[in-house]
Design a binder for this molecule. Sequence first.
Ligand code: S3P
Length: 431
Amino acid sequence: MNVRFEPAGPLRGQLTAPPDKSISHRAALLAAMHDEPVRVENYLDAADTRSTLDALRSLGALVEQRPDGLVVRGSGLREAREGHDPIDVGNAGTLMRLLPGWLAAQAGRTYTLDGDASIRRRPIDRVADPLRLMGAQVDATRERYPPFVVRGARLRSIAYELPVASAQVKSCVLLAGLVASGVTTVTEPAPSRDHTERILRAAAVPVHRNGRHVTVTNTDELELETVRVPGDSSSAAFPITAALLVARSKIVVGDLGANWTRTGYLRILERMGGVLVGELEEPTGDDIPPVEPVTELDVRASPLAGTVVEADEVPLAIDELPLVALVGCFAEGETVVHGAQELRVKESDRIAGVVEGLSGLGARIEATEDGFAVTGTGGLRGGRLDARGDHRLAMVGAVAGLASREGVEVVGMEAAEVSYPGFAEDLRTLL
Ligand code: S3P
């Protein structure tokens, strides 16, 4: 589906951020691991998170949609049912990397996981390696791509040093650690989103942080009754960016997740001169809060200056880096992102996608080995941008169109359904 986004007048009004995708996946997964019913409020209804519910149903969970939220009746930590058909994760990388942590602990049972064409290009050796060390058997296509088979075992705990700062891999090992013998430790090269640690704490699991090390002790049961999913700062980043770039805009975004491990992009924007007013969480150090904070954010169109994003900021803004490239086109001077080679293995190669996509709209942008460099020209001509089946690139194209001189036609706009089905509608209400 091709959709044109014309240059827009100011964005004005109030928006509620759509429910968080990362936290929705985790809430449903933890609920299915529990043997008591768990209510999940504000669960994201999008393609990725529907894949999670389908997967959990195939593993034996009952999921009921009620007006006040989902009710998940799970099977317990050690009782995921073995199905006949492969589990289809669709486009959901988070599901593909978190779920094996639980499945690996199902001694004597075997599961096959597969997904769409994008999933079949995404490596799973990063989760297969630690799970093999814990005693599970994982067999993948060409050693590292889906479809792949997980044979569960009685797991032993490990101390695992993550080769990349990835919340998905950290989460997979922590989930496996719930059912492994003893204490499992994951060491991160740099902080990444900590939603798994927080929801485990909320479920009364012994999980602790000591600097770069996170430990979890095995447990027999979870204590979780209700989880509320806050608004998604990565999805809200698209209307927030549109409001910063389109002259005279002024919007308020409510129910915005303010967890400091997710707000790196907002800090980058502030550094570039963006006027954003709201209370974001400060880094929590070794403390793992059992809650996800939310805020209301006021955003105004602002003149912006280029910036340099260093490697340690990357995991805290990973999904918003394509937007940094777009904002860089409108900023004065150069904007450079370092240490972001992970972007090459997202839903698409996001370095190639954003560099080629924005170049086609008139941007002065170049790919580097581990990121990109943009020279701001104060604006963007417009044209056509191919989303390459990637939800975030589709929404970058849409925002580019609103802020451009000639408008942008996005090829494959339907990809936005993966994380933000109400995206076009939300923009319309602000225009
Ligand atoms: C996610 C973590 C990030 C992010 C992805 C969601 C998560 O991936 O890009 O969209 O929910 O844990 P990595 O942990 O692989 O960097």
